[in-house]
Design a protein. Structure first.
Length: 185
């Protein structure tokens, strides 16, 4: 039986198999993205610098138009931006997975009304905490992996950049969820 014109099928027990499928897909995407991030950490230093150099060749005109001519500065910006973007995507994917696990109909965190209430069930709170734990532990694991890779090192600055990326991605995911909740109501 279809409900609300969507793809969610009621299995007779009040469970929506379409919702479970979406949640499982997003959880798989979280794991795949973490594997992508950590896979990059396993790349030896020389190969990683080579990747950055190839990106720099493509972006050099943009840097030069902005007045940046130092190869060192270009490489630094490219490498740190890559860190930020990898973790921004992780924040987005974790945020979407959390939304799917909580159920789109549950809008208590971002209600459409003007009076913002921040009430969460214990299950929702656990999902938020899980997102925070993944967002905080992943960068530490990432930098720890690099200790064991030739030509790589662990840098606190990168952990901070990664945490900022996760935070921005999570905030964007929450804002999109809130906007959708407001539009749907």
């Amino acid at each position: 039986m279809q409900e609300g014109g969507g793809n969610h099928i009621n299995n007779g027990e009040g469970q929506h198999t379409g919702r479970k499928g979406h949640a499982a897909l997003w959880l798989v995407l979280v794991v795949v993205w973490l594997a992508f991030i950590w896979g990059h950490s396993l790349v030896p230093g020389a190969a990683s610098r080579g990747e950055s150099s190839r990106v720099m060749v493509v972006l050099r005109p943009v840097f030069q138009a902005a007045g940046v001519t130092s190869t060192h500065t270009m490489t630094f910006v490219i490498r740190k931006t890559a860190h930020f973007l990898e973790y921004l995507v992780l924040g987005l994917v974790c945020g979407k997975a959390r939304t799917e696990l909580m159920g789109q109909g549950r809008r208590s965190c971002f209600p459409a009304s003007k009076a913002r209430t921040w009430q969460m069930s214990s299950g929702e709170l656990r999902l938020v905490l899980l997102t925070v734990v993944v967002g905080c532990v992943a960068p530490v694991v990432d930098e720890t992996i690099q200790v064991f890779v030739p030509g790589r090192s662990r840098q606190l600055r990168d952990v901070i950049i990664d945490l900022c990326g996760v935070l921005v991605g999570t905030v964007i995911a929450a804002a999109l969820r809130g906007a959708r909740a407001g539009r749907d109501s």
